[in-house]
Design a protein around this ligand. Structure first.
Ligand code: IPM
Ligand code: MG
Length: 367
């Protein structure tokens, strides 16, 4: 394989997933054209569509195609069709399964504000001045992956979800967060619920030790998750890097997306340990939003979160920082020009379709 050819596996998934991934693919192709790179794209099944086709949410073939790739671009999974609480297989198992199978323990969710979109956020514009934060969400442990089940019957029936974290799991994600903080404003907020949860007490003490021993240049603050939910609205610009466990990170990043104005704007990168000697670093890139079945197939979905995920893919997995910047600048131009979907359009402003927004970004890249 020549140096400038990359293998990307696409997991469009369900709902609006295929629509937004199609726009991401257009953007990749435009980047290829502009920089003389070639992307070998292979599509695989994940989530509800995989259940319908193969009976499982994560076919072995999908895992293999992801393992062989330099990076993975994912849309979203799930929908009412597969929501039966009695169902043995669920689309979300595919998503959690692929994150785990690829060892992607650090999920980066950056939040920045575009000046033209200040009005799209429910927060007052002055609160949003200077917001530039990065949530590092632990992605392969905690309550998402613990034993779960039911016991008893009738009124005695009960359900459980076990939350477990090991020192090693906490250390590696805190190290990742420490490294990211080093490249930024060197402030790390570790979020937990140490006043109640044993896993959080281990999280807190382990984090303190890693930062004290290995990152003396980083300022560490610890915050309870309920207080963090409040401070994200009260003084969002004070945060630099937030590191937290799987479920808290899930919840806080939906909240944080409202700073930017829409779930449809937030990209994410899921990374594992880098492989020594490899020039690319395996990662999975996906918008933080879900499959939005209510708007699927109607051209309403905002493709920018996926397109910005493509930028992160170029930067973190392929080391193509210049290409990533070109994509990010193209997105800025398109927002500036008002070529946006309904979720971020000003009242009375023209509303564009998913495809029109993707086309505008593509044009800005190649021109
Ligand atoms: C996310 C999503 C997923 C998660 C769901 C779809 C399982 O909400 O990526 O934030 O909880 O991780
Ligand atoms: Mg979520």
């Amino acid at each position: 394989m020549s140096e400038s050819s990359y293998q990307i596996t696409l997991l469009p998934g369900d709902g609006i997933g295929p629509e937004v991934v199609a726009e991401g693919v257009k953007v990749l192709k435009a980047v290829g054209q502009r920089f003389g790179l070639s992307f070998e794209l292979r599509e695989a099944l994940l989530g509800g569509i995989a259940i319908d086709t193969t009976g499982t949410a994560l076919p072995d073939e999908t895992v293999r195609l992801c393992q062989e790739a330099d990076a993975v671009l994912l849309g979203a999974v799930g929908g009412p069709k597969w929501d039966d609480p009695q169902a043995k297989v669920r689309p979300e198992q595919g998503l959690l399964g692929i994150r785990k199978a690829l060892g992607l323990y650090a999920n980066l969710r950056p939040v920045t504000i575009h000046p033209k979109l200040l009005g799209a956020s429910p927060l007052k514009a002055e609160r949003l001045q200077g917001v530039d934060l990065l949530v590092v969400r632990e992605l392969t442990g905690g309550i998402y992956f613990g034993e779960k089940g039911r016991t008893g019957t009738g009124a005695d029936e009960s359900a459980f979800d076990v939350c477990t974290y090991s020192v090693a799991e906490i250390e590696r994600v805190v190290r990742a967060a420490g490294e990211w903080a080093r490249g930024r404003r060197r402030k790390l907020t570790s979020v937990d619920k140490a006043n109640v949860l044993e896993t959080s007490r281990l999280w807190r003490s382990t984090t303190a030790q890693v930062i004290r021993d290995e990152f003396p240049d980083i300022t560490l603050e610890t915050m309870l998750v309920d207080a963090c939910a409040m401070h994200l609205l009260r003084r969002p610009a004070d945060f630099d890097v937030i590191v937290t466990e799987n479920m808290f990170g899930d919840i806080l990043t939906d909240e944080a997306s409202m700073l930017a104005g829409s779930m449809g704007l937030l990209p994410s990168a899921s990374l594992g340990a880098s492989t020594p000697g490899r020039s690319t670093r395996m990662g999975l890139y996906e918008p933080i939003h879900g499959s939005a079945p209510d708007i699927a197939g109607r051209g309403l979905a905002n493709p920018l979160a996926t397109i910005l995920s493509v930028a992160l893919l170029l930067r973190y997995s392929l080391g193509l920082d210049e290409a990533a910047q070109v994509v990010e600048r193209a997105v800025e131009q398109v927002i500036e020009a008002g070529t946006v979907t309904a979720d971020i359009a000003d009242p009375g402003e023209q509303v564009c379709s998913t495809i029109e927004v993707g086309d505008a970004v593509t044009e800005a890249i190649v021109s």
